[in-house]
Design a protein around this ligand. Sequence first.
Ligand SMILES: [Zn+2]
Length: 277
Amino acid sequence: MHTTHFLHITLFLLLSISACSQATEQQIAPLQADTITHRKQTVIPAGAQALMDQYPTFIKGYSENHLLLADGTTLLYDDQQEKTYIERMDQADVEDMFTQPYDTSIWLPSRNYDPGRIRNEALLKYMYGQNEQEVRKHLVRVKWFNQQLLFTNINGASDSLQAVAKELSQLPASYHKYFSNSSTFYWRTVRGSNRLSAHSFGIAIDICIKFSDYWRWKNPGKNETDPITYMNRIPKEIIQIFEKHGFISGARWYHFDTMHFEFRPDLLQTSLKSDNQ
Ligand SMILES: [Zn+2]
């Protein structure tokens, strides 16, 4: 009795699956034809172009509001959602990463000007690793003054940090205090949020805390949406050397994190335009 019953159920399931897949195929076919017709008119946004230029191993193209990835999948570029300042950070699409151009002429950031603080986590996970174990596979040691620091070798990040170290070491000895007790890789979220820190991906370095300022320490009790008081003690020369090698500085942010430097040549590329004009 039980066996007959089981057979009936199995047969029913098989027929259902077959019916479903046929229906799906019929629905997809006309959409694909339509997509091809519109593909010719695609204009590549500056952000997508920068990602293709800076990360060619991973980002192979752009079409129909999607990045074309090297593994054959696609990633939505612009979700076309209206977002508040907080929502843009918590639910950032790729396009949101480029909404605030990184302007190297601004030393006193205006309210909520945080270029680079908005990150699409799916993109970073795709390039640098989906979890701590995957990220760790690509970490290499970089000689950093009297330390050895772990940094990802993906996208040439560790080579760029090594170039920064070399150039910083040529600054007068009075600058060297800024580089002691630096830290890099740490799989963790950003304080007071669920967002993964750039340190999780091995693409960020914090230089000496003693001479640095962080918006939460200087503005106790304030929320991310409150007006705060800005400050920075890191010399411009240091920031400019990092930027020359593809790193953005947390000293450029209204929500300042002046010890923080992050490998983001994509954002620097989109900002170069305004510099050249
Ligand atoms: Zn940091």
